[in-house]
Every structure is written in structure tokens, then in C-alpha cells.
Design a binder for this molecule. Structure first.
Ligand code: S5P
Length: 267
């Protein structure tokens, strides 16, 4: 059903997680369903990229553990630019351990992810306690706790991955049990199959003019994933940060993904 509904309409549907509602409104207001994946290696590059593409994105995705000099300066800089340019921050940590360990990985160590990332993601192969453990850690560490949300990795973009069939189905089952904390999925197609499902699907493996990277990554176009597969947000890494003019490239992806969305909902 969400395939033909606008982001704006979906923001106020029942059982939508608070972060999802906020994000859907932000997407509608900025007219962008683009998330840039900032896979760079220094704080300077990260903050510069955030400034350059900030107006064109609804979300910036990070891999904090690949930033050589990650620290308080990174966190303060990111928060400041995110507030100024109005985007959310998603740390792509892909948690995948027992509940007790992921709580520590989420809140402690040199990264202190819970302090600065609005959105995180996790695999559910360790079992569903990973969801409750992360939810509890967010609740205890952040006030108000509603500003943290989880994406479940239900499908991956890489060739030969094992996240198919009943594994993917089980991700949806667990998400439906935790709609307050789980905002949606990382997947290659929308997984909103039951009436009442309003999960946000974010899709990596998007690049214009490339089919892969020689290391298993597989690429689709914005039109394919948003228009045909019915997903909500494209995640673009090298397609944007690898360009000479990153600002212009982000705008190009934003426009193409937005048009694909408008075409799909019949706007
Ligand atoms: O299935 C996935 C899930 C993720 S989160 N495939 C992915 O590629 N990702 C991430 O998206 C990956 O870790 C990387 O940060 C980004 C894709 O980068 P690109 O340069 O290939 O666009």
C-alpha cells in the first residue's frame, strides 16, 4: 500500500516510529529521498562532504570506524552541520552480537555511537534480543529516547549474500513486533506487504553508470529501486563522494530519485 502513498501521508499513519515520522516529514519538506554514504577516512573530509551535500540529502550515513581521527571534533562538527542543514545521521555499524555486547558497542568505546547517531542498523542473525538490547540502551542513554531508531538489515546488495527467503521474512516479523523502535529495513525492495506496514526501506547499491565494483557490490539505478522496487531512500556512496563536483552529483541523484518517487505515486 505504501507504494502509492506520499511520504507526507505516511508520516502520520498509526504505528509509525517517531523517528520515521520525523524523517518522512523532513523528506517531504526538503524534497529529497537521498542518503549519502560518507565512506571517507578523515574528519576533515567527512565534515566537508556533509557541508557540500547537506542541502541535497535527508540523511548522512557514516562508518565511524573508518575515520582515522574520529573524536569529539568529529561528533560536534557532524551534529552542528546536521542541525544547520536539516538531515539525520545514520551510523552503519551493522551490529551483530549478543545483547550485552551490542549494548556496549552502541554506548561505549571510542565511538559512543548512541551520543550522535539518530539511526543505527543491526543484523538479526543473533536472534531478536539484539533489537530489545539496542532499544533499552538507547532508552537509558538518551533523553528523550524517541530520537533513536533501528533499521534491520533484511537484504544486502552484494553478490551471493545469504539474506534471502525466510531470513528476510523473519526480519519483517521481528520489525512488526517492535514498531516503536524499528523504523524499517535495509533492503533491495519494499517489504511493506501487509496492510498497516509502514516501514521505511533504504537501499544501497545505487550508482548511475556502473554495474559493480569488482568486490561483490552490485549497482542499480535510482529509477529501478525507487520506481520499480518501491523503496523509499537511495543510499549512494562512491557515486557521490567519488565525483569531482560532489554537490552537483548529489543534486543529480536527488533529482532522479525524487522524480522516480513522483512517478511511482502518480504525483
Ligand atoms: O547491502 C548493503 C548494505 C549496506 S549498509 N550494501 C551496502 O553497500 N551497504 C553500504 O552502503 C556499504 O557499507 C557502503 O557504505 C555503502 C555503499 O557504498 P557505494 O560506494 O557502493 O555506493
Amino acid at each position: 500500500a505504501t507504494i502509492t502513498q506520499s511520504y507526507q501521508e505516511r508520516a502520520s499513519l498509526p504505528k509509525t516510529s517517531p523517528v520515521a515520522s520525523y524523517l518522512l516529514r523532513l523528506i517531504a519538506a526538503k524534497q529529497t529521498n537521498l542518503c549519502v554514504s560518507a565512506d571517507v577516512s578523515t574528519t576533515r573530509e567527512l565534515l566537508q562532504l556533509a557541508e557540500e551535500v547537506g542541502d541535497s540529502i535527508c540523511m548522512l550515513k557514516t562508518h565511524a570506524d573508518i575515520i582515522n581521527d574520529f573524536g569529539p571534533r568529529t561528533i560536534e562538527g557532524l551534529k552542528e552541520i546536521a542541525a544547520k542543514k536539516h538531515f539525520l545521521v545514520f551510523e552503519d555499524r551493522k551490529f551483530g552480537d549478543i545483547g550485552s555486547t551490542v549494548q556496549k558497542q552502541f554506548t561505549a568505546g571510542p565511538l559512543q555511537i548512541v551520543r550522535w547517531a539518530n539511526i543505527i542498523n543491526a543484523h538479526i542473525f543473533p536472534g531478536p534480543a539484539i533489537i530489545t538490547a539496542l532499544s533499552q540502551a538507547a532508552h537509558d542513554a538518551v533523553k528523550p529516547p524517541l530520537l533513536r531508531s533501528l533499521l534491520i538489515l533484511a537484504e544486502m546488495s552484494s553478490a551471493g549474500n545469504l539474506m534471502t527467503g525466510s531470513y528476510t521474512e523473519q526480519c519483517v516479523v521481528e520489525a512488526r513486533k517492535n514498531p516503536e523502535f524499528v523504523m524499517g529495513f535495509i533492503a533491495q525492495r519494499t517489504l511493506n506487504e501487509q496492510p498497516g506496514d509502514n516501514f521505511i526501506t533504504m537501499t544501497p547499491g545505487v550508482q548511475i553508470g556502473a554495474t559493480g565494483d569488482g568486490l561483490g557490490q552490485q549497482y542499480n539505478t535510482p529509477e529501478k529501486v525507487i520506481g520499480e522496487a518501491g523503496t523509499d531512500i537511495i543510499i549512494v556512496g562512491r557515486g557521490v563522494y567519488g565525483a569531482q563536483d560532489k554537490r552537483a552529483k548529489a543534486e543529480e541523484y536527488r533529482v532522479r530519485a525524487w522524480k522516480a518517487y513522483e512517478g511511482r505515486i502518480g504525483a
